[in-house]
Structure formats: C-alpha cells, structure tokens
Design a protein around this ligand. Structure first.
Ligand code: FAD
Length: 932
C-alpha cells in the first residue's frame, strides 16, 4: 500500500457513509466468530449422570427420596459422590454410581444403606443422564463420560488449535487472492460448517467439522480486521479496529440467549449458525479493498471502488488512481549479474529480544502479559457457566462487560499512560481472583459480579498490550516483538480450556492460576518503562536506555521527554508522524525475517528515503550505497530553500502533499534543540514580481506561514517590481542537514558504504528490494532519457546582516540567508553538464542580487558552487520489478526532483518507503497474520 493510497481517505473521508456500511456489515459477521468460539460452553455440558441398569425399573431411591422412575430423582440429586439405588421389575437391586454399578447379592428390601455383598459391573448398558436442563448435549449423545471423558475435554482445545492454524492460513490466502474472496469463503464456511456440525454422526466427525469451523471463524476474524482497517482512514482506524472485538463479545451474548432458549445441542447449533445468515446472503456485495487492488495493479477495479466510495460519501470529484500512485509499469529486463562483497547487513532474530538483561526482562514480562491476558479472557468466559445461579445470564453478562473494556482501554492509555493503566488492571484482576475464593459459594450474585469485574480488568489489560508492546521495542525488532507476543496469546487460548478443567482438582484452581499469573505480570510491569509521550526508539541501545530512565518517566502524565537530551520535544512530533503511519505498515510487513533494502544514493533524497524505510519498516535491514557522500553531492550545493518548484507531469495535489509533509517535518526540527545541528531555521522574506503573476495564490500558499500580498510600503524597497508576496518558510543549510540525516540513520542501525552501482541488477543477490535515489546518476543507471541536467551556479557569501530572503518571481535571482552564510543565485542552464564555475556567471549573479539588496556589495568570503539539478517532467516515485531468468528484483525509484528536491524530500521519501513496504509485502505474501 502506497502512502498515496492513504491519501484516498483525505479526499473521500476517513469514516464516511460508505465506510460505515462496509464496517458494520463486516463486523456483524464477527458476532458469528464470538458465537462459535464459545458455543461449546453449553453444547458440551456434562449433565448429572449415572450408570444405566439392565432391565425395567420399578422403584428408585436416593437417600430418603423414592420415586418410580429415575427422571424424578434428578431433582433431588445433589452430589456426584452419591449413588442411586434402583429396584428392577425382576427384583434385582442395583447401586448406580457414575462410572460403575453394583448388584446387591441380597435383595430382600429396598433400602439406601446396604452392608451385604455386592458384585461390581462396568456400565455396559450405557448411562442415564439428567435431561431436566439439557435434552441432549454432545456428551450425552456420544457418552463422553468416565473413560471417554477426555474426549469431551479435547473439544475446546482442538477448536482453539483450529483457530491458531486458520489465522495463519487465511491471513496468507487473503494476501494472495484478496480480502473479499476470503471474506466470502470464510463467512459461507462458518455457515456451512456451523450447520454441518449439527449433523455430524459421531464424535470424531464432530471434532473434525468443528476444527474446520474454527479455522474459517478465525480466518474471518483475521481478514475482517485487515478488511476494515483498509477501508477506514487513519483518523478512525484505531477505534474502528479495536471495536471489532466488541462485536465478538456480542457473539458471546448471543450464545447465552440461544442456550437459554434451545436445549437440544444440534438444534442449538443450527440456531447459532443461522444467526448471521443475513450477512452470508449479502456478503458477496462487499467490494474488494482498493489497497489490495492497487497492490495487484488492478487499477481499473480500484478506480471503480473509489468512485463508488465517492458516490456514497457524496464527494463530487473522486480522486483518480493515476494521481494516487504511479501506474506506469515499464517492463525493464536488463542488466548483467555483478558481484561485490558489500553484503554486511544485520539480520535480526528472536534472540535480539534477549540481547541484554533489560530487554530480556522486558520480553519475558511482555510475553507473560500476552499469555495471561488470553488465559484470563478465556478462563473467565468459559467458566462463567459454572458459577452457580443462572448460567445463561452469567455468560451474557461476561460478554456484555467486555463492551466498555475497549473504550476504557483507549481512553486510559492516553490519559494515564500504558504502564500506569496496565499495572492497576492486572493487579486488580489478580485481587479479584483471590476475592472470589473467599466469597461463600451461596453468594451467587457476588460471585458473578466479581467474575465480571475480573473479566473487565483483564480485558482492559489485554486491550492495550498490543500498542504497548510496539512502543517498548525499537524499530529494528518491533515487528518481531509484537508477532512473538501474539503467538504467546494464542498459546494462552489453547491452554485456557485445560486450565478450566482443573476445576475438577480444586474448584478455584483456574482462578488461582490466572490470579498468580496476573499478579506476577502486574508486578513485573512495574519494572517496564512508561511509553506515553515518548518517541519510538530505533536501536536496542535506545530501547535499553529507555528502561534505565524509567524513574524519571514514571509520572502520571509524563512530559514528552523528561530529562532526556536525546529526545527534545519537537522530535517527538517528528516521531509521531512516523508512528501515525506505522500501524499500517505493521499490517503489511509482518514476517520475522529481516528484508534487506539497499538505497542507492546519498543525496538528500537517498538519505531521507533510507531514514523513512528504517523508521517505518521495523524489520528491514537498510543499507545506503553511494559513490559520493556529503559534501560531494548536488544536494550539498543547493540553496535548500523550501519554496516548491512545480513539476508539470505530477498532479498538484500530490506535490502539495509532499511539500506539506516536508514542511511539517522540518518545522518540528526547527522548533527543537536539534535545529542548529540540523541546519534548519525559519526565514521570512519576499517574492517580488515585475508584473502581476498569472496565479495570485501558489498551491503552497496555505502551507508556508503567514502568506500575504506585500504592502505598498514594503514594495518601496523594490522599485523595479510592481507586485510581491511576503511569507515565512524554512531553509536547510544543506551540508549540516545531510550530516544530521546520516547521524540519525546510523542510530537506526543503517549501514553506509561507498560503492558505485553500475547496474541495479548487480544488487539482486544481496538485497530483497533496491531503492534508486541516484538523482542525475539515474540517467545512466536506468537509462532514463526523460531526465536532464539543469545546471545551477550559486555563491555562498558572508553577509550576516541579511536576515530576509528575497526571490525574484521568475526564480532566477535569489538571496537566501542561512544560519552562517547567505546563498546568492542563480542560473538555470538546461542540458549543461559542466561542473566548472563560470566567472562571468558569478559576476552576473552578484550584480543581480545587489540590485535586489544593495547592501550585498559589502559581502565577503565569496565561494562559488555548481550543481546539476536532476530535472524531469514529473518526479519518478514508482515501483518496478526487474527480472532475469525468472529471478525478480523489486525496485522503487525516487529521483528527478529537479529544482525542488529539498522542498519535497520528506514527502517523496515517505511515499517511497511505503512502496518499499508494498514490495516486501508482495515478496513475503504474508501481511497481517502475525499481528492478528
Ligand atoms: P543528489 O544530491 O545528486 O544525490 C544523488 C546521489 O546518488 C549522490 O550521492 C550520488 O553520488 C549517488 N549516485 C548517483 N549515481 C550513482 C551510482 N551509479 N552508484 C552509486 N551512487 C550513485 N531544491 C530546493 O528544494 N530548494 C532549493 O533552494 C534548491 N536550490 C538548488 C540550487 C542549486 C544550485 C541546485 C543545483 C539545486 C537546488 N535544489 C533546490 C534542487 C536540489 O538540490 C535537488 O533537487 C536535490 O539535491 C536532488 O537530490 P538527490 O538526492 O536526488 O540528488
């Protein structure tokens, strides 16, 4: 998914009418997942039972109660420890236990107590079940009691195993075949397998069909999660995706309701399966996501979906796919294999989560929380029916209590902090587990309320652990950390049913285990650092340091960078931009392997693209290869002023987005303590025209600060000009900015090598994806004939009294004051490759600038620089796949920025980084499953 695709929501709305319909339709079916996950709580109930007897019964006795049939005894039956005495019509008297029966040798009169001899027999005539509550369950249907009891106990764990496998398989299929097809298949599958379960003829077919049902149910949940996140814009995405789980909880409530109304297991199963039939009938109408269509290069289909979205959302001018992303696909199959030994990128693996004591301790704690969250969730849900009182109401309430969980989690984690929310809720759930043990068994209401409170607190903790895990780990292993955490969560869900069965050892055993785990996790969480308001870390060293600074950051609402020199407030904003987009990439780049990305070129475009890839692709191993680094690139020559140059072949809204992202990014730096090191500062001034310009308002006028027409008084300074615009913009002092970018890159673990790349194909054996940021070098490297040099000569002078920028409206003459030196320009010589300064041009530039600012006559220390602007009709930010002999190499191009590279570098870098994400996603074919 390209960043440009994300812009779709800026034009169509983040959660308009269309998205609302698609969202509620898809999450409606999530109810079905909740239903099938929890259906076994009633379907596999083991009612009271005793051994069957041979023959017809004439009277039955249980202590002092007698009856003519065994059905009448169940109402007084109190304990499984006791037996029932039955007299048969032939006079025999039998004592019926649960798993055996004995015939009294002497059967003179029917008494409950008997001291004489007995012959013990196995239950060869089957069992008699209490059918007062349930007419039939799978346990009574296939006699899953006594020596077959273990088969009943395997029903829920085998289902959970199906859940685990289904999530992995369907996550993968959804990437290959599309979300829509998997949504159809899994929802139809839930219906078909759900009904089929009701018609299974023996235990084994029942378990197999339920296993398939589990696979499609979890498959649906995983893909529906991706589906809704791809249709909902970033502004509504966190809430929308979190509340998918609330519909799962509704499913639990439906189970309670249907269980109450229908008491024959197979009828109950049929009713549950048809609960979401309306969705199955109309799910074929759901469209494929534009993101998936774009990733498959099905542009026409994507455009149709976008048009439909626009119609529904009442947007009159829907954006065009061709404007959103680069659609040209040049089938370049060129290049010879080259070899070089520069492949020293570092691959990260699970051991990095244990690289030092701080991080290892963090990993153990985080895994424990994931495991405990899942264990607690299912233990409270599954055991709610055994709490006494009305089991249907209990389950209903246990589902209902989940609904506010996610709202509380969303609000509390932003107000109190992640750690400060997690600790009290984990410890609270542990305390509640203990409290339940002390509540007398006949205080049903109290027990139920306490269980609800337990499920609520574990639910809140469970709800926020995803985000907290992601924030605790540095970019380079973030994906690994979240992926491994979610695996621990699934292990917890498989273990949970076994834990519930421990009730037979001691009724409070499951709660004791959950309580111990929750207490342990809560205590260990105290040692974790708070992450609210902290920038994401990039390296393991930074992440380790974050743990050490825990004390200073543990205040209730911590200041963004309490006491840390490395992370000034403004940089937090910078990180937040990356963070805002990151969840999307996490959905798309989830494999635990470290994809190797080579960025060729070390000008402003190469370095900023490498930084964006490293920041937004946590598992990528990034390397910068370039024949020249600062101070020997074109970027070092540039004036570095943020005034966009217009590219005729690139849609204006795309250029505007690039400029806006770049301006916002540099503005944050200019407000931080890093401003002077990065060479970024705000500068005000004038753009003056000899005649009124065609367009009074340039497209970027609302992005720079305080854009306005110049006053008459201001124009007096420029007697040859009749019109002018005043505004404040940013200026980069280029060499310091490039060094600052290099420094930040190193902090992410990115490697840099001096190497001339003769052919991109030579990198195919060392790297998974190559990013071409070679500026003018691309003309030779990829044979781009559209790329032409536009020679520019500038003077860098010492004139500290010049504080205001002045730019002639034609862009040829300009005076741009930097932090230390003033840049005077310039020239635009199309097609000239000469890098030699021209003395005549130097004089001309100086004279032109002096006529705009006469005080420059006193400028000293004049230095002349020449650079070749890599000019093109449109900037090439585009994906391409090179192939030779069946071997493919995905390439992302990011070059051709001409006279405006600095003005749009961050915007194009972000877009290129997302294209890299798409390439990796296509290579691994696995997006979302590890997260879900
Ligand atoms: P470069 O900086 O040229 O970087 C290309 C990199 O690729 C280099 O490191 C090079 O060594 C490497 N490379 C090339 N080929 C290969 C290869 N085969 N193998 C390995 N490495 C390779 N823009 C603005 O926004 N504002 C301004 O005020 C401004 N003023 C300017 C003034 C002048 C005089 C000039 C010349 C340009 C100006 N620009 C300005 C434009 C801006 O400088 C460029 O758009 C920008 O520098 C392009 O950056 P780049 O990284 O693509 O190219």
């Amino acid at each position: 998914m390209a960043l440009s695709s994300e812009r779709l929501f800026d034009s169509l709305g983040h959660f308009g009418r269309f998205q609302a319909c698609v969202y509620f339709a898809s999450v409606f079916q999530a109810i079905s997942c909740g239903i099938h996950y929890l259906a076994s709580v009633f379907m596999a109930v083991t009612p009271n039972f005793v051994c069957g007897f041979p023959g017809n019964v004439s009277s039955v006795l249980f202590h002092n109660s007698s009856a003519s049939s065994i059905e009448d005894i169940w109402t007084v039956w109190t304990s499984t420890e006791n037996y029932i005495v039955a007299q048969l019509e032939n006079g025999e008297i039998w004592e019926l236990d649960q798993c055996s029966r004995s015939k009294r040798e002497v059967s003179l009169d029917l008494a409950y107590e008997y001291k004489g001899n007995k012959s013990v027999f196995p239950c060869s005539d089957g069992f008699l079940y209490d059918d007062t509550k349930w007419k039939s369950t799978v346990v009574t249907q296939w006699d899953l009691v006594c020596d077959r009891e273990w088969l009943a106990k395997l029903i829920q764990p085998t289902f959970m195993l199906g859940v685990l496998i289904g999530a992995v398989i369907f996550g993968d299929i959804a990437d290959r075949l599309g979300r829509q097809r998997v949504i159809w298949f899994t929802s139809a599958g839930q219906f078909v397998f759900g009904i089929a379960v009701a018609f299974t003829f023996d235990y084994y077919s029942f378990v197999i069909v339920r296993f398939l049902l589990a696979m499609v149910s979890s498959g649906y949940l995983v893909v529906a999660f991706v589906y809704v996140t791809e249709f909902v814009g970033i502004k509504a995405r966190t809430w929308a995706s979190m509340h998918v789980h609330a519909f799962f909880a509704l499913g639990i409530m439906v189970v309670a309701l249907v269980g109450f109304l229908v008491r024959t297991w197979w009828v109950y199963q049929i009713f549950l399966s048809i609960a979401t039939l309306p969705f199955v009938l109309c799910c074929w109408m759901l469209p494929e996501t534009p993101f998936w269509l774009l990733s498959e290069e099905r542009y026409e289909d994507a455009q149709k979906v976008i048009d439909t979205m626009a119609r529904w959302n009442k947007v009159s001018t829907p954006c065009k796919v061709s404007e959103l992303c680069s659609v040209q696909q040049d089938d370049l199959a060129s290049g010879r294999t080259g070899d070089d030994d520069t492949s020293s990128t570092k691959k990260h693996n699970i051991l990095d989560l244990f690289c030092n004591w701080q991080i290892a301790r963090r990993t153990i704690t985080v895994w424990l929380i994931w495991f405990t969250g899942s264990l607690g969730y299912y233990v409270f849900s599954l055991s709610s029916v055994s709490l006494g009182g009305n089991e249907y109401l209990n389950l209903f309430l246990i589902g209902a209590v989940e609904l506010p969980c996610y709202i509380i989690a969303c609000v509390a984690m932003d107000k109190l902090g992640r750690r400060n929310t997690l600790i009290p809720f984990l410890i609270l759930s542990a305390l509640i587990c203990v409290l339940i043990m002390f509540i007398p068994q006949d205080f049903n209401i109290l027990i139920i309320l306490a269980n609800m409170a337990g499920k609520f607190s574990i639910g809140v903790a469970f709800g926020l652990i995803y985000l907290y895990t992601a924030e605790l780990y540095p970019t380079i292993v973030r994906s690994l950390a979240v992926g491994s955490g979610s695996m621990m969560c699934r292990v917890g869900s498989v273990v949970a049913p076994f834990c519930v069965y421990l009730r037979s050892v001691w009724i409070f055993m499951p709660l004791l285990l959950v309580g111990i785990m929750a207490l342990l996790s809560g205590m260990l969480t105290i040692l974790l650092p708070e992450t609210l308001g902290k920038p994401l870390t990039n390296t393991l060293e930074e992440a380790t340091e974050m743990g050490r600074n825990k004390k200073s950051s543990s205040k209730k609402t911590p200041p963004a960078h309490s006491g840390s020199e490395k992370t000034p407030p403004a940089l937090e904003k910078i990180e937040m931009f990356g963070q805002e987009r990151e969840p999307l990439l996490w959905l798309y780049i989830l494999e635990m392997a470290s994809p190797k990305v080579a960025v060729v070129g070390a000008g402003v475009i190469g370095l900023s693209t490498a930084l964006c890839v490293a920041e937004t692709c946590p598992s990528c191993s990034v390397t910068v290869l370039s024949d020249q680094f600062s101070p020997n690139t074109t970027s070092d020559v540039a004036a570095g002023m943020l005034i966009p140059h217009t590219y005729p072949g690139t849609p204006i809204h795309r250029q505007k987005q690039w400029f806006k992202e770049t301006f916002t990014y540099l503005f944050a730096i200019s407000n931080s303590a890093e401003a002077s090191e990065a060479g970024i500062h705000l500068v005000s001034g004038w753009q003056v025209f000899k005649s009124t310009p065609k367009e009074e308002l340039p497209f970027w006028s609302d992005i720079v600060l305080g854009f306005r027409a110049m006053s008459e008084a201001e124009l007096l300074k420029f007697p040859q000009h009749r019109f002018g615009q005043a505004f404040t913009t940013l200026k980069c002092d280029c060499p310091p900015y490039l060094l600052w970018l290099e420094k930040r890159l190193k902090a992410t673990g990115t490697q840099t090598y001096t190497r001339k790349v003769a052919d991109l194909w030579e990198l195919h054996s060392e790297y998974d994806v190559v990013v071409n940021c070679t500026g003018m070098g691309a003309q030779q490297l990829v044979g781009d004939k559209q790329l032409l040099p536009v020679r520019g000569q500038v003077l860098k002078v010492h004139a500290p009294w010049v504080k205001q920028f002045i730019r002639d409206g034609d862009g040829l003459t300009y005076i741009y004051p930097g932090i230390h030196r003033v840049t005077l320009g310039g020239t635009r010589e199309k097609g000239s490759w000469s890098l030699c300064p021209d003395a005549g041009t130097t004089r001309d530039i100086f004279d032109r600038c002096c006529s705009l600012e006469p005080s420059l006559q006193g400028a000293q220390d004049i230095e002349v620089k020449v650079g070749l602007r890599p000019s093109r009709q449109c900037v090439r930010v585009q994906r391409e796949v090179l192939s030779q002999g069946g071997v493919k190499l995905p390439v992302v191009h990011n070059y051709g920025h001409g006279a405006g590279g600095f003005s749009v570098h961050r915007g194009t870098a972000i877009e290129a980084a997302y294209l890299v994400g798409e390439c990796i996603s296509a290579l691994q074919g696995s997006s979302s499953r590890a997260k879900l």
